[in-house]
Design a protein around this ligand. Structure first.
Ligand code: IPM
Ligand code: MG
Length: 372
């Protein structure tokens, strides 16, 4: 059965092109071995787009991305763009994609592969078996709300300001995503805000509570302040199942949860819109949580797993290819079991493999599993 689904590749900057390139080898393996077929399209985003077109995302690339069935995104940014005006910075290409496609639900799973329990900076018993999911609101809050700016004050100083704003509807729809996902997991949702200080936090908590009254029957809900959550994530992360939180807290807490798994190089993410009522189409973009890592870019040493796992989320959430996603995840797990480590994961005595070598091993494992 042919399955010509269109995937838009937006590799971006820094290590992005390297890890996206490795992932296309995985995609090719699926085409060669499992009778699947994808149409791959490519575009420039971030600094790569700025260098060529003077903007971090052109209208044309945006519309190509919107016509694809799913987007595989690498990473954007780099120190060479520090002086570029704020609206043309590489990050703005990413933020525009999120906003224009209304990708409000960002799923950031943090799972510790058995072989990596010793790679975490935390004690083995604190992280082994960890499996949590951060559901981050991605198109609202302080990232986008107005007013924001830098203005002159009459005394010669300036003021810089942002707005954190959430509406009932925005909170409800991200809450619903978290509740629905929890039903298929350990049925426990922790809603995170700062309702002790922020009005947007007071409303967040109120709306989550009433959503829970109306739609939360199969799950449990507790509330936690964001600062406490940051502490609890490093004290006892296994107390959590699903964490639902706003855009800024989600950004911060997901970096923490990524590190629990051994390396930021292991964490994938999915950013999803809502299903169109008529066409059933849902915009979706998949990207590693790590950034462009300019310090290691171009050296062939970056860990490709976060990007490859992002492709596995793509298979699951956009194409319902669950078995294929499982095969890929199993292959990664086996590669780690056998001791293959990229530099970010290796401890003292472990042998380090490069980016392509790590992918080679994963591909070999997929073949092994498939031949059985
Ligand atoms: C992330 C990143 C982005 C964010 C940056 C690159 C704009 O840190 O996806 O977590 O802040 O959302
Ligand atoms: Mg971040």
């Amino acid at each position: 059965m042919k399955n010509n689904k269109k995937i838009m590749l937006l590799a971006g900057d820094g290590v992005g092109p390297e890890v996206v390139n490795e992932t296309t080898r995985i995609i090719k393996w699926f085409e060669d071995n499992l009778n699947l077929s994808f149409d791959l399209d490519e575009g420039l985003v971030g600094g790569a787009s700025y260098d060529k077109f003077g903007v971090p995302l052109t209208d044309e690339t945006l519309s190509d991305a919107m016509s694809a069935d799913a987007i595989l995104f690498g990473s954007v940014g780099g120190p060479q763009y520090d002086k570029v005006s704020f609206d043309k910075r590489p990050e703005n290409g990413l933020l525009k994609l999120r906003k224009e496609m209304d990708l409000f639900a960002n799923l950031r799973p943090a799972m510790v592969f058995p072989a990596l329990a010793n790679s975490s900076t935390l004690k083995r018993e604190i992280v082994s078996g960890l499996d949590i999911l951060i559901v981050r609101e991605l198109t609202g809050g302080i990232y986008f709300a107005e007013p924001r700016g830098i203005e002159d004050l009459s005394n010669g100083e300036k003021k810089g300001f942002d707005t954190n704003l959430y509406t009932t509807r925005e909170i409800e729809r991200i809450g619903r995503v978290a509740f629905d996902l929890a039903k298929f997991r350990n049925k426990k949702v922790t809603s995170v805000e700062k309702s002790n200080v922020m009005m947007s936090g007071v409303l967040w908590k109120e709306v989550m509570s009433s959503l829970y009254q109306n739609e939360g029957k199969e799950i449990s809900l507790n509330h936690m302040y964001a600062d406490n959550c940051a502490m609890q994530l490093v004290r006892d992360p296994k107390q959590f199942d699903v964490i639902v939180t706003d855009n800024l807290f989600g950004d911060i807490l997901s970096d923490t949860s990524a590190m629990l798994t051994g390396s930021l190089g292991m964490l994938p993410s999915a950013s999803l819109g809502s299903k169109d009522a008529i066409t059933g189409k849902r915009y979706a973009m998949y990207e590693p949580v790590h950034g462009s890592a300019p310090d290691i870019a171009g050296k062939g040493i970056v860990n490709p797993v976060a990007q490859i796992l992002s492709f596995s989320m793509l298979l699951r959430y956009s194409f319902e290819l669950n078995k294929e996603a499982e095969l890929l995840e199993k292959a990664i797990s086996l590669a780690l079991d056998e001791g293959y480590r990229t530099k970010d994961l290796a401890s003292k005595d472990e042998k380090v493999v490069g980016t392509s070598e790590m992918t080679d091993v994963i591909i070999n494992k997929m073949t092994e599993i498939n031949d059985k």
